[in-house]
Design a protein around this ligand. Structure first.
Ligand code: FAD
Length: 355
């Protein structure tokens, strides 16, 4: 089975690695040189099991469980454990939240628990949470270096027989075939476009269905602070999220309102960066974050209407797909998503291979 994977971000690299382990012949098309600020290099790398949607939670929990259980993957990803708190919005449905916690618990027993905040002393690192807020605490969560994991997965895929073609793809053909600069065509049995935030503009340029995928800016600021007891957190009532980074640094961000941005050339939204400073004061009680030498990172990811990162058939009755839609969270789910996508593309692992 010959599979062409277009793009070598975390999604493309993980898929290529899974496919080579199933015995597929994989060609990876990725422009030569540094990847720049693609989503993978810019990513905050926070990984946890809990997501408000129980299906997403199950996929994130399986990914995290595989990562924690495998010393090789842990080293490749530079995994560090950090407890996580997810504070739900005031209108959250406690039943749905409990179902998502149960989904995590099935996979990583004893890690996640749902509680209602009864006073500020309960979670002193998050003093701005209102009494009555539902919060999910996870003992086994943490962060990875998505860029490092991508490089290791790519190297493992190449060691497993995959070929890297250092050319940007200029078109795809339902045959299926990949077209590269200069017009050369590479035929294959299945083709997967895994170009992250570049996917929506590429599909539009190639006259292919957009699948409801959209590119959205993501940005966060790194500044100086190390609040005691704070690990990783999401506060859905204010939108603020973040984690301690180590070396006295704290990463904080808010969701952006910028959709359909052009990846590769994204400007920092300075008004949003200022809003993050205000929220840091209100929600975390930080008066002097980010301090001198603060740095704001602005990049983008591909958002899907639903389902996050997964394989989506692009054209009916053809073997042309996308594998994107990380929606700002695919570092959490990529191992499971790539496993499922590889199994769908290549259902029968070749004899003697480890899927
Ligand atoms: C700022 C930021 C913070 C994030 N933080 C977190 C987090 O804390 N936790 C979490 O779980 N997730 C996080 N994410 C999300 C996660 O990192 C992404 O979902 C994931 O990295 C997406 O990987 P990808 O391979 O789909 O895209 P990318 O990493 O963008 O890779 C796409 C690749 O396609 C290549 N490409 C483009 N055009 C072509 C072409 N024509 N031919 C060939 N190749 C092409 C590009 O060079 C690029 O390398 C964050 C994302 C961002 C942007």
């Amino acid at each position: 089975m010959r599979v062409a994977v277009v793009g070598a971000g975390l999604a493309g690299a993980a898929l290529a690695w899974r496919l080579t382990r199933r015995g597929a012949q994989v060609e990876i098309f990725a422009p030569r040189g540094p990847y720049g600020q693609d989503a993978t290099n810019a990513s905050g790398g926070l990984v946890r099991g809990f997501e408000p949607d129980p299906l997403d939670a199950r996929r994130a929990a399986w990914s995290l469980a595989e990562l924690r259980a495998d010393p090789v993957l842990r080293a490749w990803a530079g995994y560090r454990e950090l407890p996580s708190v997810y504070a739900l919005p005031p209108d959250a449905d406690p039943g749905a939240a409990q179902r998502a916690v149960d989904a995590v618990d099935e996979v990583i027993p004893g890690s996640a628990r749902l509680r209602q905040i009864t006073g500020p002393a309960e979670l002193p690192a998050l003093p701005g949470l209102a009494v009555g807020t539902l919060a999910v605490q996870e003992r086994y969560a943490g962060y990875i270096s998505p860029g490092r994991l991508r490089s290791a997965l790519l190297a493992a895929a190449l060691a497993g027989g995959a070929r890297l073609l250092p050319e940007p793809v200029t078109g795809v053909d339902p045959a299926p075939a990949v077209r590269v600069a200069g017009g050369a065509e590479h035929r294959c049995d299945a083709l997967v476009v895994a170009t992250g935030p570049w996917t929506p503009p590429l599909l539009a340029r190639w006259g292919l269905p957009g699948q409801g995928l959209r590119t959205r800016q993501i940005q966060y600021t790194l500044g100086r602070a190390e609040p005691p007891g704070l690990g990783a957190f999401v506060d859905d009532s204010s939108g603020l999220y973040g984690r301690v980074v180590g070396a006295g640094l704290l990463l904080l961000g808010l969701p952006t309102r910028h959709w359909q941005v052009v990846p590769g050339g994204i400007a920092v939204d300075t008004a949003l960066a200022r809003e993050v400073v205000v929220r840091a004061g209100e929600r975390l009680g930080l008066a002097d974050w980010p301090g001198a030498h603060a740095r704001t990172v602005a990049s983008a990811d591909c958002y899907a209407g639903e389902g996050g990162l997964r394989l989506r058939r692009l054209l009916p009755d053809t073997a042309v797909h996308t594998f994107t839609g990380g929606s700002g969270g695919a570092a959490k789910t990529v191992l499971t998503a790539a496993h499922d996508a590889a199994a769908e593309l290549c259902p029968r692992a070749a004899h003697g291979t480890r899927a």
